[in-house]
Design a protein around this ligand. Structure first.
Ligand code: SF4
Length: 421
């Protein structure tokens, strides 16, 4: 279980003032000194991540953040890092002391509500001063979903605290986490076959497949289907040798034009990136966003965002290929900025379009937060696979397995054509 990627774990953010016992609570749950604790306020500087298994919930990540009232020299920097955790926390846990629940706690609730994240209040240090019924009721009235009281330094009561924490988590665990959108299984029938076209080029990691490919193979097997994995050069030959065609063909976006050309018209096709756009984000929104590509003008600013900071190869997809294909498609010069990993600009309103990778390394919550940020700023957002399929003239084929997304694209394209006419 230690190997489960963080992107598939329930991410629980611990927020609160300095010195309320967030790190002690993390250590209590982890049953080890994973985070440094001290009576000195502001001991937690960077976000501390602890991966563990919490049965019966399964794999989780606890994210210990710096106090949101930190006034130290680096306070604002720490607070900025802590705030970024709101974007990825599936559950927001507010650690507080008895009888203190005002501005900071209200601000945390507001941040959680903006992202529709469930909130657990952890009233700590109950051994020093047990909370009054009035205080608990006042906390409940501010919109928290679950409340527990504990003393995070009382190791003798660890099991009680842990089971209360699990109870609270199970009671408010987001539906999206329990039942995420399907990856590929719903597109296959039991006993069916998916052909996966995987280029092994300079960008391919040595000796292994990448996460979207591995997860798709596993999902096909989980749904009692088979997966044929082949490079793009051998694909047509392999297809010709099959007695019955596959139910679905999926490829890396970079070879989508060739895959579509090689695949019989009655076989559904898509890309790994498009599959992940549905799993991690909102495929309809991303399909709608692609309609903005036809309306780009010279000098427009485009944001390309990737959820991991992999080593960029010479002909990198986000830094070189997509900017080149986009410029060729619109026939104009565009300003393209690329952001990677947790780095994501706050000023998304300065951009005409956001093109996001499949986000395999991040969780659904963080991707939905980015989509929400774009929506609020009125900036269309699309995805690598959708953008590449559009500029290579095969989008309708690549979106055909997802009729609602194709419809969203068609409607938005017509609307924008009318407004430009
Ligand atoms: S760039 Fe995006 S899709 Fe590609 S490996 Fe990184 S997180 Fe996954």
């Amino acid at each position: 279980m230690q190997k489960t990627p963080k992107s598939l774990r329930l991410q629980i953010g611990l927020f609160g003032r300095t010195n309320v016992g967030k790190s002690s609570f993390l250590n209590l749950v982890a049953n080890q000194a994973a985070a440094i604790t001290s009576p000195v306020p502001g001991t937690t500087t960077d976000v501390v991540e602890k991966v563990m298994e919490l049965l019966p919930l399964g794999p989780i990540v606890l994210l210990d953040t710096a106090g949101l009232d930190d006034t130290g020299a680096l306070g604002s920097e720490r607070i900025r890092a802590s705030r970024a955790v709101f974007d990825r926390a599936d559950v927001v846990a507010i650690v507080c002391e008895t009888q203190r629940w005002d501005g900071v706690e209200h601000d945390i609730i507001r941040q959680a509500q903006e992202r529709k994240s469930p909130v657990i209040a952890i009233i700590n240090k109950a051994d020093q001063a047990p909370p009054s019924e009035e205080f608990i009721e006042a906390v409940r009235a501010t919109g928290v979903d679950q409340i527990l009281t504990c003393s995070s330094t009382d190791l003798e009561r660890r099991e009680d605290t842990l089971s209360e924490f699990k109870r609270a988590l199970i009671a408010c665990c987001p539906e999206d986490f329990i039942r995420p959108p399907p990856l590929i299984g719903d597109l296959l029938r039991p006993g069916g076959l998916v052909a996966m076209v995987v280029p092994i080029d300079l960008q391919a990691p040595k000796g292994r497949l990448i996460l979207p490919q591995v997860m798709s193979i596993r999902d096909a097997l989980d749904n009692d289907a088979a997966a044929l994995v082949v490079k793009e050069r051998e694909y047509a030959h392999m297809l010709a040798n099959l007695r019955t065609p596959p139910d679905l063909a999926v490829c890396d976006s970079q070879v989508v034009m060739k895959m579509v050309a090689d695949t019989p018209p009655d076989v559904k096709c898509t890309t790994f990136s498009i599959l992940f756009s549905r799993l991690k984000g909102d495929l309809q929104e991303m399909a709608r966003g692609a309609a903005a590509i036809d309306g780009l003008r010279a000098g427009d600013r485009i944001l390309i965002a990737e959820s991991c900071s992999h080593h960029a190869a010479e002909d990198d997809i986000g830094r070189v290929k997509i900017p080149r294909w986009l410029r060729q498609y619109v026939g104009m010069e565009l300003q393209v900025d690329t952001y990677a990993g947790r780095d994501f600009p706050e000023n998304v309103g300065d951009y005409r379009l956001i093109i996001h990778c499949g986000a395999c390394m991040t969780n659904r919550r963080e991707m939905l937060s980015r989509i929400q940020l774009a929506r609020r700023a009125g900036v269309p957002i699309t995805n690598y696979g959708i953008c590449i399929s559009l500029v290579q003239g095969v989008l309708k084929r690549a979106l055909a397995p997802f009729p609602a997304a194709l419809d969203a694209f068609n409607r938005e394209q017509q609307k924008q054509r009318k407004s430009r006419a």
